[in-house]
Design a protein around this ligand. Structure first.
Ligand SMILES: [Zn+2]
Length: 135
């Protein structure tokens, strides 16, 4: 790509938000700037497209609403502002609760209000069907 095709970084950022699925790929490729540059985004997208074509993968993937991205959950647990699905938010609350983190602190780490934290904790602590030992 020649310099006359260079796209200003702010435009690249607006086209590809931080939670774009190829953000980490583009960031790994790019050695030009802290945020992936336009040409590196293009390479990440083209590489991704090659895999789709080569393995005849579906272009649109149906999101599994129960899928939990454990890396996103762990990042959220460290207080990073990460976009989480409902299942991931619940997993993050459960992980922090298991570590003995108070509900107030959980709310601060996950950017949730008291009501949201309480609701998630209630959902986690719902009694599960008991298995009984048969003598
Ligand atoms: Zn680059």
């Amino acid at each position: 790509m020649t310099s006359r095709h260079r796209v200003p970084l702010r435009h690249v950022r607006s086209l590809f938000p931080a939670n774009h699925p190829l953000t980490s790929v583009a960031a790994r490729i790019c050695r030009h700037s802290p945020d992936p540059c336009g040409p590196c985004w293009e390479r990440a997208i083209r590489d991704d497209e090659r895999v789709v074509v080569e393995f005849e993968l579906p272009r649109e993937i149906e999101p599994d609403r129960f899928y939990v991205d454990e890396i996103a959950v762990e990042r959220a647990c460290r207080g990073e502002r990460v976009t989480l699905t409902r299942a991931e938010r619940r997993a993050a609350v459960a992980a922090l609760h298991d570590r003995g983190v108070t509900p107030t602190r959980i709310g601060r780490l996950l950017y949730m209000n008291d009501q949201q934290v309480r609701s998630a904790l209630n959902a986690i602590s719902q009694p599960k069907p008991q298995l009984r030992a048969v003598a």
